[in-house]
Design a protein around this ligand. Structure first.
Ligand code: GLU
Length: 557
């Protein structure tokens, strides 16, 4: 048993968005700490920010945690002795603690108007200090606070910051000292009676008997406030470990903005190439003209806050129209792109942690044994998408066939792929025929059209020109010639079809590509598909012949 024995840790997401990869990494590290020494992993939903709440986000977060196989010992769906585990169901508990602090004179009702607070902020800006709130002297009494509330004024409760140094010993970052006067009296209860994050978090960490708080470094500046609150409430201080931040390879913060940037760049390209007019953007996105203009309008648009105001569905429609794949940010995005949870988990494990050896491909069992806080790296982690793709490729190549099949089927269903209807045997053959793929989306790109409706084929004009129309329509002539012959190939198996192509090559002196590529373009719209025998078996004889005929009938000279 080591120093880390029996940690009670928690993951405490706010449903103000879906599960970001940074959050997933925090959840994973906590889970590992709990699992390696018989501790407990608690899931707590911090849903007290009612303005920023995203409908359905808590369920999606829970679903994504389950997908990542991060199970919890206490929390939503499983219950536990320290619930409820949704903060919105614990308001009476917070109220009790606020009252205790008020009665003990450790907190007070603050009555400033928004204008007064603005004025304090402006003064602080002028003086170049981050401390803007000035504690009233004398403090309003409880009676004055209640009377002001009664009058309908916006009254908050502030914590009276004690004049002590606060020392936080972080297991990763070492000692952090905050001296007297460096923190202002912060709000612990909002005017609508709901607690702020600080109060709810501190109360819950104590009541849920958390012994180690392991969270992102973006919370480091909150920790001294939390420690001060713990002291005032007579709580024991848990240990702290703040995880390094995660950045894009370019050094920018990884977030929702990346999606807007990717689509914006693609849209700008389409406009530059003359394929779209700037006015098309609103229509393609299905949003009002002024919203589109704020997003796309002028050169500085990307720097303005409205840039991210384009609604998500509008952004998705634009991405689709501009043929751009959005950069994945949330776990949900990686699922949609067809990553395996095993590989995403493996990759997240390496964001800010290294086992001290070169081993980068490992499963959860290894991670539980190898993980330790002292190997967490202090410097920022970089999210290397190429590395994740190659890790996923390896995971797919090495996964047991039944596991890969199950994950693939889940994905086809979620993605609405026509391959969702395949029987297990065919689905497994599709995976084998696409071996070497990086994600399930690659499989879709290579084979999906074979199972879709004929009407879904989009002929790639470049491929049609090069493979079918060039040299006076040599490719079309090949289709005319092969069509009746394919009618007679027996049996309709990959082997027999391959044999037919090889014999035809021998007879005519053609190369396999001269025959197979026109067929591919005819049946798939592009010269890319699995091996020709498998391609045509997946299609079936009837569909193969029909697609070739349709292609010939629609021939454009
Ligand atoms: N609810 C906070 C968040 O989602 C986490 C707070 C914490 O871990 O203390 O950022």
């Amino acid at each position: 048993m080591n120093d880390q024995a029996h940690f009670r840790v928690r993951f405490a997401p706010s449903p103000t968005g879906y599960l970001h990869v940074g959050g997933a990494r925090t959840a994973l590290f906590n889970w590992l700490l709990a699992r390696q020494a018989g501790g407990a992993f608690i899931l707590r939903i911090e849903d007290t920010d009612r303005l920023r709440h995203v409908a359905g986000a808590e369920d999606k977060i829970i679903d994504d945690l389950r997908w990542l196989a991060l199970d919890w010992d206490e929390g939503p769906q499983v219950g536990g002795d320290n619930g409820p585990y949704y903060q919105s169901q614990r308001l009476d508990i917070y109220e009790r603690h606020v009252q205790q602090l008020l009665e003990q004179g450790k907190a007070y009702y603050a009555l400033e108007t928004p204008e007064q607070l603005d004025a304090m902020r402006a003064e602080a800006r002028k003086a170049g200090t981050s401390i803007s709130y000035r504690r009233p002297d004398p403090l309003p009494t409880i009676e004055q606070g209640l009377a002001a509330k009664e009058e309908g004024r916006a009254v908050v409760v502030r914590f009276k910051m004690p004049p002590d140094d606060i020392v936080v010993r972080d297991m990763i970052r070492g000692e952090l000292v905050v001296g007297e006067g460096e923190l202002e009296d912060f709000v612990i209860q909002k005017s609508d009676g709901w607690p702020t994050y600080h109060l709810a978090c501190v109360v819950d960490d104590a009541l849920m008997k958390i012994t180690l708080v392991c969270r992102g470094q973006d919370h480091l500046s909150n920790t001294p406030k939390h420690v001060a609150l713990q002291r005032a409430l007579g709580f024991e201080m848990p240990r702290y470990a703040h995880l390094p931040l995660i950045f894009n390879m370019s050094g920018s913060k990884m977030g929702k903005r990346d999606k807007h940037t990717a689509v914006h760049e693609a849209a700008a390209r389409w406009v530059r190439d003359g394929k779209w007019k700037p006015d098309d953007i609103a229509e393609r996105a299905g949003v009002a003209a002024d919203a589109a203009a704020a997003w796309f309008g002028d050169k500085k648009a990307k720097r303005k806050p409205e840039f991210q105001a384009m609604p998500v569905d509008g952004l998705l429609r634009l991405a689709d129209a501009a043929d751009v794949v959005l950069p994945e940010i949330d776990v949900h995005d990686f699922r949609a792109s067809g990553y395996l949870p095993e590989s995403l988990g493996n990759f997240l494990n390496l964001l800010g942690w290294s086992g001290g050896d070169d081993l980068e491909f490992f499963d959860r069992g290894h991670a539980v044994k190898a993980f330790s806080v002292d190997r967490i790296i202090k410097s920022n982690a970089k999210f290397d998408r190429d590395k994740l793709l190659s890790l996923n490729k390896d995971w797919c190549a090495k996964a047991p066939a039944d596991r890969l099949l199950a994950a693939f089927k889940d994905w086809t269903r979620a993605a609405g792929s026509p391959m969702a209807a395949l029987d297990d045997d065919t689905a497994a053959r599709v995976l084998a025929a696409c071996a070497g793929f990086r994600t399930f989306r690659d499989v879709q790109a290579k084979a999906g059209i074979l199972f879709a409706d004929d009407a879904d084929i989009e002929y790639d004009p470049k491929a049609v020109k090069k493979v079918l129309a060039k040299n006076d329509g040599a490719g079309y002539a090949t289709l005319e010639r092969l069509h009746p012959e394919l009618e007679t190939v027996e049996p309709w198996t990959a082997e027999a079809i391959e044999a037919f192509f090889n014999e035809t090559c021998e007879k005519t002196g053609a190369k396999l590509g001269d025959l197979a590529q026109p067929i591919r373009v005819a049946v798939a719209g592009r010269p890319v598909s699995p091996a020709i025998g498998e391609t045509l078996v997946f299609l079936g004889r009837e569909k193969t012949l029909r697609r070739i005929r349709n292609c010939l009938d629609g021939r454009q000279s």
